[in-house]
Design a protein around this ligand. Sequence first.
Ligand code: UTP
Length: 287
Amino acid sequence: MNKIRKAVLPVAGFGTRFLPATKATPKEMLPIIDKPLVQYAVEEAIDIGIEEIIFITSPSKYSIKKHFDKSLDLEDRLIESGKHEFVEKLNPSKFSKIKFHYVMQHEQNGLGHAISLAEDLIHDEPFAILLPDDLFFSEDSCLSQLKRTYMNTNSSVIAVNRIDKNNIHKYGVISPGIQEANSIEILDIVEKPNADEAPSDIAVCGRYILTSSIFKKLKNVKPDKSGEIQITDAIKLLIEDETVNACIYEGEKFDCGSKLGFVEATIAISLRDKEIGHKVKDLINKL
Ligand code: UTP
């Protein structure tokens, strides 16, 4: 079985729902407390043994590259002024052996199109995809849960969770087959169905482990109504040739691409922060 060594992080979207904050700052750089969303995703990937991170980015998102480049000048200054405790925050040691790649997506033609741009760097290996605006919190991370299902099945696997019918039209939704423990075979998948046409209440969330056959399928996907190439449509084609499983994610999930999800994540994460958690609780009670 092939090891999962590479992860693709698409970060080239417009972040329209967060305007004006995203006019000059990438959505993925918005912080939950003191850490940008994209760093949570990168750490989740590194923690399961990922060695190469492939960002699909755009020229206006230079700050993402700057964030992951080693900042030696500032490190020297921190050491000179005795602020040693900040050095690990500035240049985390867990990043030191990771190879970061930056591939430009010049036209935002959708998530599927963004993923297709990683083909030359992935070649024929299975790989992970993390959408940084979905933030997951659990002792065993979302990607680690997917990796276990991948190891048990040697097949592509997608993270899913159950969604209220009123919100199902915002997600990719699976038609479930046989379930074993928390792994379900996917019979079919549909992007953003109407509530009355949705095949289930089981929706895709932003973590995937896919075989490289997805690149062939992406070439055959036609743009949707809004002109975007959807990864869901490529997965639908993949299911015709290969088993694709869904892994029911166990833990908390925050949709930080929406304002409400972002605020919810900020409150939840700050409440469990050792330094400020109890004060945040007092603040909320006062409000
Ligand atoms: P979203 O649709 O949630 O992000 O895409 P968006 O398009 O930036 O947000 P809105 O809808 O305009 O507010 C999920 C992920 O896919 C990336 C985004 O950056 C985000 O991380 N993406 C999306 C790309 O990299 N390229 C695209 O063409 C589209």
